[in-house]
Ligand binder design. Sequence first.
Ligand code: MN3
Length: 200
Amino acid sequence: MAIELPPLPYDAKALEPHISANTLSFHHGKHHAAYVNNYNNLTKDTPYASKSLEEVVKEVAGDAAKVGIFNNGAQVWNHSFFWNCLKHDGGGKPSGALAAKIDADIGGFDKFVEEFKTAATTQFGSGWAWLVLDGGKLKVTKTANADTPLAHGQTALFTVDVWEHAYYLDYQNRRPDFVAAVLQHLANWEFAAQNLAKAK
Ligand code: MN3
């Protein structure tokens, strides 16, 4: 069964001025949509067509002969996840169990912000910065291109897309400003907290 492009969980203007409707319309309507189409074309009439996206991504990870399915499938998953990591009037600090776990495992929210900004800005070329649960502990990581925590036995809690298509229309080459704006104004910590709660 073909997978479908999930609708954005908010209006295309909801993240302005930090992420413009123009960026979202290209990023979701063109880039994310293309990964969905490519994935469906590559898995059509194969045993993968009857499996869930998550299953397929995990199964084909590391298989050089299936790199097209991995890249497109992982990008579909990463983007669907990323949209939920953002919200209008988000940002600031998390609270509750997530905040406590960040304190315990990373050494506080300020330390998290520092590590996350470093991961996001030092990812050479295209990729993603993540907050993941790995072996029961929170960790900041980065992945290249389509690579995803799903392929590494980690549970993703939060991510920022640092491919140029994510920020170039609004920030040109200023990736650090984009990442700072997401953390300050758009991060959906409730979603990250739900992912943590589900993982326990
Ligand atoms: Mn993207």
